[in-house]
Ligand binder design. Structure first.
Ligand code: GUN
Ligand code: FE
Length: 431
């Protein structure tokens, strides 16, 4: 049995263009795939497929669900705190202790449930997650996210050096536990949750571990994620560990970890050669604007890098970024690009359309899910948000004469979870 949705649909078709489809019916199959998109009157044959469509009210529209390309699930426990220290100190003082605490599965249940509920309420339908180094809490997380129905890619974090004695593995353990985690996720028999090869970043992974993970990724045909050239202190640390061995990009490439299924977070400090390596290997980049304000000490040149053919998605980087809201991160991306332009008038500005593109279709492309999620088209999966603007306790006010484009722009700039009235993943309503 199909389901039909009738109203206005709005999505980004490029970094510069929003398409608005008013009075449109979208028919979604049982399998969650869009089978018809019809403007205006419905042909009888389509009406028979889904006789009682869900009809949107005044001031409502559908947008694609958000794709968060970088988030640390255990760090949600302290999101909104620890914003006063640089990256390497923050890892020791906040991130590692919070991740160790996930060994208490009751605590993990509490943090992970609240995080996924919060992300879904804020419209995130797909997420690429870092969990922790321990297999059991990682499997616990995969089960929670599966139950909640979000589309999720989950990494068991790997670290075999420069980590606290109570939160580090041997190289062999790191590799065998990664395989254990892959087997546990495969046993869940879900098409929405997938395991990801996840070296934390070069400072906490020996070259032997990186090479082992590169081989493993190849053998499993698996996705890969890590952090790349994130901040000045991180870049300096890698230089001191590997003098003369090149940049993060060179080291990951040599280990076989730059693939078309790789997403590298941050990627702030890139040489021309690094950009070329990332482009040639077809890697996705997770741009994390809130986090960058705190750790990177610089701004990701989003328009310039997209123009160079790099696939850029948006990431919250909870809790390096304090907010799990993709809308907050869209705004931070726009403000950061404007701030960059204040210092360099040749720097290209990203507007709200570009921000929305990166948060939806751009993220999908970075994850290799182009044509699967991130927009509305026949053959794509129905990952969608029902948006309402105006009305009591809605952060967005509307006034006579506001057209769809204005309502959409207001939602992007002012909306929050109170404006998101329904969330669908693969045709299933999960909130
Ligand atoms: N680099 C290595 N680990 C982390 C982390 O947990 N968060 C961020 N933002 N950067 C990292
Ligand atoms: Fe991160």
């Amino acid at each position: 049995m199909s389901t039909a949705y009738h109203g206005t649909f709005i999505h980004a078709v490029s970094p510069f263009q929003i398409e608005i489809l008013p009075e449109t019916t979208v028919v979604v199959s049982d399998a969650g795939v869009i089978t018809h998109i019809v403007r205006g009157d419905l042909p009888a044959q389509v009406r028979e497929l889904a006789p009682s469509p869900i009809i949107l009210g005044n001031n409502e529209f559908f947008v694609p669900g958000f794709v968060d390309t970088h988030v640390h699930a255990p760090q949600y426990a302290y999101a909104g705190a620890g914003t006063h220290v640089p990256l390497m100190t923050w890892l020791t003082e906040y991130a590692f202790p919070a991740e160790v605490k996930m060994r208490d599965l009751d605590h993990a249940q509490d943090v992970y449930s609240k995080l996924v509920d919060r992300m879904v309420a804020n419209g995130t339908t797909t997420a690429l997650y870092f969990a922790t180094i321990d297999v059991d809490p990682c499997v616990w997380f995969a089960k929670i996210v599966q139950e909640k129905g979000q589309r999720a890619f989950v990494g068991k974090v790997c670290m075999d050096r420069n980590a606290p004695p109570e939160y580090v593995e041997t190289t062999a353990e790191s590799l065998s536990r990664t395989e254990e985690f892959f087997a546990a996720v495969a046993a869940l028999k879900t098409d929405l949750v997938e395991a990801v090869v996840t070296p934390r970043f070069i400072p906490t992974c020996t070259l032997e571990l990186l090479r082992g993970l590169g081989e493993l990724a190849k053998r499993y045909g698996a996705r890969v994620q890590s952090h790349l050239s994130e901040s000045r202190d991180e870049v300096a640390f890698v230089e001191s560990l590997h003098p003369g061995e090149g940049s993060d990009s060179d080291i990951f490439a040599a280990a076989g970890l730059l693939t078309s299924k790789t997403v590298m977070a941050h990627s702030i400090y890139l040489s021309d050669n690094d950009e070329q390596l990332l482009r040639e290997h077809g890697c996705g980049l997770a741009v994390c604007p809130i986090s960058n304000y705190f750790f990177a000490g610089s701004t990701f040149p989003i328009r310039e890098r997209m123009h160079k053919g790099l696939k850029c998605g948006l990431g919250t980087d909870v809790a390096g970024g304090y907010s799990p809201s993709m809308l907050q991160n869209v705004r931070a991306l726009v403000l950061a690009s404007r701030g960059r332009n204040h210092h360099d008038s040749t720097a290209l500005i990203a507007d709200y359309k570009c921000g929305f593109y990166v948060a939806t279709r751009g993220g999908a492309a970075a994850l290799g899910l182009e044509g699967v999620v991130g927009g509305f088209a026949v053959g794509m999966q129905f990952d969608a948000l029902r948006i309402k603007v105006g009305g009591p306790s809605n952060p967005v006010d509307v006034f006579p004469g506001d057209d769809w484009e204005r309502k959409f722009e207001k939602f992007v700039n002012l909306g929050d979870e109170r404006s998101i009235k329904g969330v669908w993943v693969k045709g299933r309503q999960i909130a």
